[in-house]
Design a protein around this ligand. Structure first.
Ligand SMILES: *Cc1c(COP(=O)(O)O)cnc(C)c1O
Length: 427
């Protein structure tokens, strides 16, 4: 029913459809547990024979309404909120990979994800091969093995602002019988809907533009329902063979197109428990109600700031896919015709110390470990978010040691530029 509405309407009204006498605004179901009349009713829930709420670690009505809104925005068939973007990406992979498995990932991804995939998952016996996303299909295909279970990339990479050729990645994934998982955090479904380009699963750190006000850490996984797990039954036994923890239920048989997202909820969330609190889901929903208004403003402001930086003598380079000089301009025009994001990467003509001095002199733009919220902020990844990476890994992750990441907010753009101008004048 919601499919016929536009993104703007879904942002405001999606997910929560109150009936007669129910609250107009999505309520916070601040309850760990839910009441039943008979023991048998409850037993059916535990056997996944009926759907319903019984314990908030598995499902909560506030969370489900917000997940439904995001699923509608992405054009998916189901979604699950997680406590963070990290949890979303972990679950997205762990839902189809186990010890002995392997997956392939673009090397230009968020530093936290790089660490999770390259270091922590390895300890669980899951190996990741990082590839240069700009390489040819043949080159990237070389990374695939018989035990490869997924391909992963970010629509717009954090912090290098590379644009992923989603169609190319989808072709490579599908040629090898695995799903394409895309982290769509920076683009948001307002600017890009990766399912329309062939992605199978989408993840987000909702902490960023979706919340948009820097109030709560959260994540989401969205399922397109398009990947045919049964056609690759040997590759995905977790979905196509009986689950002993549910009396031998098989997800693909019991839930069809909803197999992947149901398993993520019924099995991973049950066992690992990184649920988003209903309070945070409520705040996330308030953010989503204005996503369609905020995202274009972030993009318009960032475009002006990027053009200003590019024309400034003290700036060595600017990477923003909305600039014609960007290597990713053409891909951005294809996948992000209405704008990309508010994040700009640039470097100054000067030393690493000059970059730090410039940042310290900013007044309106604050130094914070965050991006993609209403307030303009700035970060030096090499000395902050990515400081655990070696120089070699930094470059592989697309992060130049002098890269300054500027997240342009939705203030008056003239004030943002004036702030940058006075800080540039001081070094
Ligand atoms: C921030 C971020 C994450 C991690 O999300 P958290 O909510 O901080 O756990 C994952 N992917 C991308 C692209 C991000 O920007």
């Amino acid at each position: 029913m919601e499919k016929k509405f536009s993104q703007a309407t879904l942002c405001v009204q999606g997910g929560w459809n109150p009936k007669k006498g129910e609250p107009r605004v999505l309520p916070i179901y601040q309850s760990t547990t839910f009441k039943y009349e008979t023991s048998e009713q409850m037993a059916k829930l535990f056997d996944l024979e009926e759907s319903g709420y019984f314990y908030t670690r598995l499902q909560n009505p506030t969370n489900d309404a917000v997940a439904a809104k995001i699923a509608a925005l992405e054009g998916g068939i189901g979604a699950m909120l997680t406590s963070s973007g990290q949890a979303a990406n972990f679950y997205a992979i762990f839902n189809i990979c186990q010890a002995g498995d392997h997956f392939v990932c673009s090397s230009t991804i968020y530093g936290g994800t790089y660490n999770l995939f390259g270091v922590t998952l390895k300890k669980l016996g899951i190996e990741c091969t990082f590839v240069n996303a700009d390489d040819s299909e043949e080159e990237i295909s070389k990374a695939f093995r018989p035990n490869t279970k997924a391909l992963f990339g970010e629509t717009i990479s954090n912090p290098s602002i590379d644009v992923l050729d989603i169609e190319k990645f989808a072709r490579i994934a599908h040629k090898h019988g695995v799903p394409l998982i895309v982290d769509n955090t920076f683009a948001t479904p307002i600017n890009c809907r990766p399912f329309e380009w062939g992605a199978d699963i989408i993840t987000h750190s909702t902490t960023k533009y979706m919340d948009g006000h820097a109030t709560c850490v959260g994540g989401v996984i969205v399922d397109s329902g398009n990947f045919d797990w049964e056609a690759q039954a040997d590759k995905f036994p977790g979905l196509t063979q009986p689950d002993e923890s549910y009396h031998g239920l098989t997800y693909t048989k019991a839930f069809g197109k909803m197999a992947y997202i149901t398993k993520a909820t019924a099995q991973l969330m049950r066992d690992l428990g990184s649920i988003q609190s209903p309070q945070n889901a409520f705040l996330l929903n308030l953010g989503l109600e204005t996503l369609h208004l905020r995202v274009p403003r972030h993009c318009q402001n960032a475009q002006k700031v990027a053009e200003y930086l590019e024309a400034n003598d003290k700036v060595a380079w600017v990477n923003y896919c909305g600039l014609k000089s960007s290597k990713y301009y053409k891909l951005a025009q294809k996948y992000l015709p209405n704008g990309s994001c508010g994040v700009i990467a640039f470097g100054l003509k000067g030393s690493r110390e000059d970059a730090i001095k410039f940042m310290d002199n900013l007044k309106l733009a604050c130094i914070v470990t965050h991006v993609a919220d209403a307030r303009t902020c700035v970060l030096h990844p090499a000395s902050h978010t990515h400081r655990q990476l070696t120089d070699e890994q930094l470059i592989e992750a697309g992060v130049a040691p002098d890269l300054i990441r500027l997240s342009v907010g939705i203030e008056d753009v003239n004030d943002i530029i004036a702030d940058i101008e006075q800080a540039l004048a001081k070094f």
